[in-house]
Ligand binder design. Structure first.
Ligand SMILES: Nc1ncnc2c1ncn2[C@@H]1O[C@H](COP(=O)(O)OP(=O)(O)OP(=O)(O)O)[C@@H](O)[C@H]1O
Length: 291
């Protein structure tokens, strides 16, 4: 094993750099050969890991949250590299998906085992998403928490506050969806979430039936609810029971084409990825992850 560790000091409300000192102490006890790279700016990690295999690395480990995971996964795509994560972010939904402890000091023990397994990825407009894509209200929340730094100040609670605020200002939209060969049209849509993972937003079970290795993407559509109904429904997303509501539709497929009117924000793994329209595909077993 020769590992390249990508450390995002900004992840987890800026606490990763100080935690890294202790984490490195644990890593050294495994006798692993590794190099460390500290990210210098958003998106820089993609370039750093692009030639990891050519530089004789067998493993790339992301030390950060879901944004760091997203960057590294996009950089190593197509290379013969095993991926690992030490979750030091705020939401850490990728680690939750794989049942890796969200405490990095527990997760670090997995790295030494080198046991890995294939995991599906989502492909959105050419780039990869490891966990989930959120369209509409969710995309607006991702924009909002990054803009006002709520996540930095309040962690996962920032998602909740932002969602509650935006429920009153975000206008519902109309959506045209093609899931494999089936066509769906909705008016008054609040959000469409597409999950490889059950989780997004720091533990919300938006697609509770999603499995990361079943070769399928899960689609959750929330539509035709009043503001009050949406606020009442919101707490049940933490248990996945929201899917029992008659205005929440859950579907599965291998590809999704989505058009909306008007264009609405899209996030992947919590990172802002522009606006609709979009095409999302499942890429079965596209990544090998230390488990
Ligand atoms: N050196 C850097 N300076 C500033 N931002 C950076 C740097 N390196 C990476 N980033 C950006 O930091 C952002 C936050 O990182 P990340 O998403 O990993 O942590 P988080 O937001 O705390 O966790 P989560 O996404 O799991 O809630 C990402 O958008 C990433 O692109």
């Amino acid at each position: 094993m020769k590992a390249l560790l990508i450390v995002n000091g900004q992840a987890g409300k800026g606490k990763t750099r100080t935690r890294w000192i202790r984490l490195e102490g644990y890593l050294q006890t495994f006798g692993i050969h590794y190099d460390v790279h500290f990210t210098t700016r958003p998106k820089a990690a993609i370039e750093v890991v692009k030639h990891a295999a050519a530089n004789q690395y067998t493993h790339v480990i992301a030390v950060g949250g879901d944004g760091t995971v997203n960057e590294v996964v996009n950089g190593i795509a197509g290379q013969n590299i095993v991926f690992g994560v030490l979750p030091t972010g705020t939401g850490n939904d990728f680690a939750r998906m794989l049942q890796i402890p969200v405490d990095p000091f527990l997760a670090v023990k997995k790295i030494g085992t080198e046991v890995h397994r294939p995991v599906d990825l989502l492909q959105l407009n050419g780039g990869y998403v490891a966990g989930a894509v959120g369209i509409g209200l969710d995309g607006a929340v991702a924009e909002d928490i990054n803009r006002v730094s709520w996540k930095k100040r309040m962690g996962t609670f920032g998602y909740v506050l932002s969602m509650l605020k935006l429920i009153f200002t975000f206008p519902p939209f109309s959506v045209h969806l093609e899931i494999d060969s089936q066509v769906f049209d909705f008016q008054g849509c609040w959000l469409v979430a597409i999950g490889n993972s059950q989780f997004y937003g720091g533990g919300m079970k938006i697609c509770p039936n999603a499995k990361f290795d079943d070769g399928l993407l899960d689609v959750c559509i929330v539509h035709n609810l009043t503001h009050l109904q949406l606020i009442k429904l919101f707490p049940s997303v933490f248990t996945g029971k929201h899917i029992l509501h008659p205005n929440v539709l859950c579907l599965q497929g291998r590809s999704v084409r989505i058009q909306t009117d008007p264009a609405v924000p899209v996030h992947g793994d919590g990172e802002i990825l522009g606006k609709t329209p979009g095409e999302i595909y499942i890429r079965p077993q596209a990544l090998h992850v230390i488990y």
